[in-house]
Design a protein around this ligand. Structure first.
Ligand SMILES: O=C[C@H](O)[C@H](O)[C@H](O)COP(=O)(O)O
Length: 215
């Protein structure tokens, strides 16, 4: 699958225009995008990063890192996903970067999502849905998830997000109404963010292959 990830990521370079500040996601697919971005770094104004991991890679390539507050609205955000449905709604957060990813996606005009074909599903939920939670609220949030959704939360023990919080992965969901599920989970006290991108889906999905498919 890494070849498909690379193909999708390299295709996304076509969306980068001169002088842009580019929003950059997190994960193994985006890592290929960052490598490709390095080849045209003289053409862009810089990047806004969604994680320490991506920031480190961007820095290594000498790509200027900008603060989102200073950069303002972004023309383009490129990120991967763990699942993608036919409406370009996504599950994200397998790498625990969902909160900053959601912020940058929300601040961006065009969200280009780069995936390999295995990420395509008809109904979201086979991949356990990640939630970032405030540590003291972990048990409360877990109980509420069970009673409000019937899903089974599992604490990703040992993982601390870039924001100092914890991750619960919710298993056993078949997400028939992603917008409703996103709202339901967002309303639980102690939830920082939900790795369901239904209210802010991708605008463009690039599926790796030879050639890559643009949806
Ligand atoms: O928190 C991580 C992100 O949401 C990633 O974009 C997602 O997990 C996909 O990662 P990968 O490209 O490594 O499959």
């Amino acid at each position: 699958m890494s070849e498909a990830k690379r193909q999708a990521a390299e295709k996304a370079i076509e969306y980068v225009e001169d002088g842009m500040v580019v929003g950059v996601g997190t994960g193994s697919t985006v890592a290929y995008f960052i490598d490709a971005l390095a080849g045209i770094k003289h053409r862009i104004a810089g990047a806004v990063s969604s994680s320490m991991q991506s920031s480190e890679q961007l820095r290594r390539h000498g790509i200027e890192l900008l603060d989102l507050n200073a950069a303002g609205p972004l023309p383009l955000y490129v990120d991967g996903a763990d699942e993608c449905d036919p409406h370009k709604r996504l599950i994200k957060g397998g790498g625990a970067a969902l909160t900053r990813e959601k912020i940058i996606a929300g601040a961006s005009e065009i969200f280009v999502c780069v995936i390999d074909p295995a990420k395509q599903v008809d109904v979201l939920g086979r991949f356990p849905l990640p939630l970032e939670v405030i540590p003291m609220a972990r048990s409360l949030v877990a109980r509420e998830i069970v009673s409000r959704t019937g899903g089974q939360p599992v604490w990703r023990e040992g993982t601390v997000t870039d924001n100092g919080n914890w991750i619960l992965d919710v298993h056993g969901l078949s997400i028939i109404d992603p917008m409703d599920m996103e709202s339901t989970l967002n309303q639980i006290p102690g939830v920082v963010s939900v790795g369901l991108f239904a209210r802010r889906p991708a605008d463009v999905v690039i599926v790796g292959g030879a050639p890559a498919t643009v949806l």
